[in-house]
Design a protein around this ligand. Structure first.
Ligand SMILES: Cc1cc2nc3c(=O)[nH]c(=O)nc-3n(C[C@H](O)[C@H](O)[C@H](O)COP(=O)(O)OP(=O)(O)OC[C@H]3O[C@@H](n4cnc5c(N)ncnc54)[C@H](O)[C@@H]3O)c2cc1C
Length: 453
């Protein structure tokens, strides 16, 4: 039996891995010349790695870590010190470190030691966050009717803790403000953060997400007989009389025929391809509820080190919400002798919220970013900026705004031979690499169930 998967991000790759493992003949078609989607990374003309966005593996990503191990990439990511580090002005840092106790004492004692919020903020947080820590999936889903800001204030938590502690987390997670993001994803991560000591550890890819994760996944699929076809864009689905898919038309006019078809496209791309006759099904109408968050990733190469922090950093009140010096966090890349790098810092910065900078010229954005870098890292004031790059994604992960969670579709659709994968489809995580990996696993399960006699 042949399955055609369209979209070579983590969801499509995970689907293909799970399907070749079940013995299916798999063909994976990707629009771009590089695979990985939002996690893709490529070399530019200078030999520098450009990433679509800075990516972190969390301790709680069980499916992604299982996949990495399965494709032989279990040693391709490195765990960092277990802490939330906030960059403050003039090179100061504040941090939220877990204490060396079992959860929830690790978080409680660690939180009480954090120096950048007041004792009043801490007490209000401990009291306020309790329902999240003791909640279950049903409770989290029921909180999707309000924004996180509303939830935070309703629980009596302070404005200072919202701005200092949680705003950068909301921006890092979904690239939108706490008064826009739904309470549902935020309280879900509090549960993980507050009750599972290891779930919130951060790891960075040793080289970059492409070489450390996407390439091993591709090699695994090919080693099992799967075919990967880059630069192949799905442009149309041709239907049989009963509404099922007859064939898929590619950008070069050729057609693909298979027994089952999987869209692992980002939701905004899939919207454009839904055949008109499928709109009678609610699942396909619900797809229009999803709108992508704009985000940009800026990389800066300096002629010297401007920080010695080998970890993820957050900051508030700056153009960037979350960032790292990848010359420290990713020791297999960005080192002296590789492209522009000369041993200095290579900052990779996620710019969010980003709706206001999508049309702004890149040099103006870089000027603004540099102003904030000078403010947070005094050593940068004497450093020379060797190079800057910018990747803008106008529609990245779907905006997790109140009310949208219930529209997330199952991987099985009302169309007998057509299935969905992607971080927006329903699985227990928000849009993330883990969510994409889980959706790929689930779509393979649905296909097995449907086609196994
Ligand atoms: C800046 C940034 C930082 C992030 N940081 C993190 C992080 O630290 N941790 C984390 O877990 N997640 C992070 N994410 C989220 C994560 O990248 C995504 O949730 C995940 O990669 C989505 O995978 P996907 O396969 O569902 O979609 P995508 O990655 O969007 O893959 C879809 C693929 O389909 C292809 N495609 C589109 N149209 C067509 C077509 N017509 N025909 C064929 N192919 C097509 C695309 O080119 C793409 O390769 C981040 C995202 C961004 C943008």
């Amino acid at each position: 039996m042949k399955v055609a998967v369209f979209g070579g991000g983590v969801a499509g790759l995970s689907a293909a891995i799970n399907l070749v493992d079940s013995g299916y003949e798999v063909e994976l078609y990707e629009k771009r010349s590089v695979l990985g989607g939002k996690v893709s990374a490529w070399k530019d003309a200078d030999g520098d790695t450009i990433e679509s966005g800075l990516h972190i593996v969390f301790g709680g990503y069980e499916e992604l870590q299982r996949l990495l191990k399965h494709v032989g990439a279990e040693n391709n990511y490195l765990w960092k010190e277990h802490a939330l580090i906030y960059a403050e002005t003039e090179g100061q840092q504040s941090s939220f470190k877990k204490a060396d106790f079992p959860s929830p004492w690790a978080e409680l004692i660690g939180g009480l030691q954090a120096d950048f919020i007041s004792l009043g903020d801490k007490i209000s947080l401990i009291k306020g966050l309790f329902p999240a820590l003791s909640g279950n999936e049903e409770y989290f889903r029921s909180q999707d009717d309000m924004t996180y800001s509303e939830w935070h204030h309703l629980r009596g938590c302070s404005e200072n803790s919202l701005q200092r502690l949680w705003r950068p987390i909301a921006l890092a997670m979904n690239f939108i403000e706490p008064n826009v993001i739904s309470a549902r994803p935020m309280v879900t991560i509090f549960k993980y953060f507050g009750t599972d000591y290891s779930a919130t550890r951060f790891a960075f890819f040793k080289d970059n997400p492409g070489d450390s994760m996407i390439v091993p996944m591709m090699k695994y699929i090919e080693s099992k007989g799967g075919k990967i076809i880059p630069s192949a864009r799905l442009t149309k689905l041709e239907l049989n009389d009963d509404g099922s898919v007859k064939s898929a038309v590619l950008g070069n006019g050729s057609t693909v025929e298979a027994d089952a078809y999987v869209s692992a496209l980002p939701v905004h791309s899939f919207k454009k391809l839904i055949p008109k006759t499928w709109h009678k099904h609610q699942l396909f109408q619900d797809i229009y509820q999803f709108v992508g968050s704009p985000v940009a990733n800026c990389q800066l190469w300096f002629d010297r080190k401007i920080t010695d922090t080998d970890n993820l950093m957050f900051s508030h009140g700056t153009t960037f919400a979350t960032f790292a010096d990848v010359s420290l966090t990713c020791p297999g890349d960005y080192q002296k002798g590789i492209g522009t790098a000369n041993g200095g810092s290579v900052m990779s910065l996620v710019l969010a919220p980003a709706h206001q900078i999508m049309d702004m010229p890149n040099d103006v954005i870089v000027e603004n970013v540099m102003r904030d870098i000078h403010d947070r890292f005094p050593l940068s004031r004497h450093a020379k900026l060797l190079k800057s790059t910018m990747v803008k994604i106008p529609e990245s992960v779907y905006k997790a705004v109140p009310g949208v969670d219930k529209y997330r579709p199952d991987q099985q659709t009302p169309i007998s031979n057509f299935f969905l994968a992607g971080d927006y489809t329903y699985q227990k995580y928000l849009a993330s690499m883990e969510g994409a990996a889980l959706s790929g696993k689930q779509v393979a399960e649905r296909i097995r169930k449907k086609f196994t006699p």
